[in-house]
Design a protein around this ligand. Structure first.
Ligand code: NAD
Ligand code: LMR
Length: 328
């Protein structure tokens, strides 16, 4: 057995956390020999509900779950954390865009960025889930100057999974037979689900599907607006699939990527090979190398269509950055 790692999760009484916490201590992400300590943050009005979640965690009797710490103080919840999964914040309701949450959620990440900076472990990695996740990640990063840039991730894996699933259905293939799907840009309706390099059973998805109009039309809008479709249908935003994507993200960030494939997450755009402006959290195709580093997959040819879409999502992120300039 290794020494336990400390995983901080915010928004512990919320619906995503309810689908996430129980899967962090069961070995499926960090492996069967890696004990974990959960350090869960909530706001005071939700502490009682969080105590109920803790009772359930205890009742799962997971051998790898060595301790559970709960607090309404980020300094306590982030103390020595090796991973911080920032889920806490308001979800959007029907008729809202994710960027409408900036005013409510942005300020949360000032305090949490500072607390991570001051209290987390030297090797901390941060995955921001709460929306608008790219801009919230930017706020937290800006307020944590001692945490290196390569530790910050905003979650676009749910979009990647949605895109892979749509491609598989259309191609009559299994989702496990789809690879090389990348989400570019913002976790928002302007994101570009990069279908041009996607493969189905190793062949270009575009060739297998044979319907570029569908890819540019229905496929794009289904993926871009899937979150809203779920809110309309369920009355609440995605939770189980969001938690699942958070776990997929971490798995991809700690294990080597299969050769030739990639995965998606928003990362700091500094020095990127696609000419995206610096100072954004932008989703790119990423590869985790055997030495543990995560890098952008460079040199992918992009059509004019793809370039236009990528510029549009970059423009939206620049606007969001403007709206939060006082938090940076
Ligand atoms: P929820 O309302 O069920 O839970 C959020 C929890 O966060 C609540 O319990 C609340 O008390 C807590 N919280 C609020 N402010 C906090 C703070 N300052 N510190 C700690 N906890 C705090 O919401 P949810 O459905 O779990 O969604 C959480 C967030 O995740 C939302 O912003 C949602 O839009 C976002 N989300 C992102 C993705 C993605 O793909 N990136 C997917 C789904 C949902
Ligand atoms: C999602 O993509 O399901 C989440 O970001 C929730 C939302 O507001 O769409």
């Amino acid at each position: 057995m290794s020494a336990p790692i400390r995983i901080a999760v915010t928004g512990g009484a919320g619906q995503i956390a309810y689908n996430l916490l129980f899967r962090l201590g069961n070995g499926e992400v960090f492996g069967p020999r890696q004990p974990v300590i959960l350090q869960i943050l909530e706001i005071p009005p939700a502490m009682e509900a969080l105590r109920g979640v803790v009772m359930e965690l205890e009742d799962c009797a997971q051998p790898l779950l060595h301790d559970i710490i709960i607090s309404d103080d980020p300094a306590v919840a982030f103390k020595d954390a090796n991973w911080a999964i920032l889920v806490g914040g308001m979800p959007r309701g029907p008729g809202m865009e994710r960027s409408d949450l900036i005013a409510a959620n942005g300020p949360i990440f000032v305090a949490q960025g500072r607390a991570l900076n001051d209290h987390a472990a030297a090797d901390v990695r941060v995955l921001v889930v709460a929306n608008p996740c790219n801009s919230n990640c930017l706020v937290a990063k800006a307020n944590a100057p001692n945490i290196p840039a390569d530790r910050w991730f905003a979650m676009t894996r749910l979009d990647e999974n949605r895109a892979a699933s749509q491609l598989a259905q259309r191609a009559g293939a299994l989702v496990g037979e789809v690879s090389n799907v990348a989400i570019w840009g913002n976790h928002s309706a302007t994101q570009f689900p990069g279908f041009e390099h996607a493969l189905v059973k190793g062949e270009a998805a575009e060739t297998v599907i044979g319907d570029r109009q569908w890819l540019e039309g229905e496929f794009m809008s289904t993926v871009q607006k899937r979150g809203a479709a779920i809110i309309n249908a369920r009355g609440k935003s995605s939770a189980a699939s969001a938690a699942n994507a958070a776990l997929d993200s971490i798995r991809s960030l700690i294990n080597p990527t299969p050769p030739g494939d990639w995965f998606s997450a928003g990362i700091p755009s500094e020095g990127n090979p696609y000419g995206i402006e610096s100072g954004l959290i932008f989703s790119f195709p990423l590869q985790h190398n055997t030495d543990g580093s995560v890098e952008i997959v460079a040199g992918l040819p992009l059509s004019d269509y793809a370039r236009d879409k990528i510029r549009a999502t970059e423009a939206e992120l620049l606007q969001e950055r403007e709206a939060i300039s006082d938090l940076l």
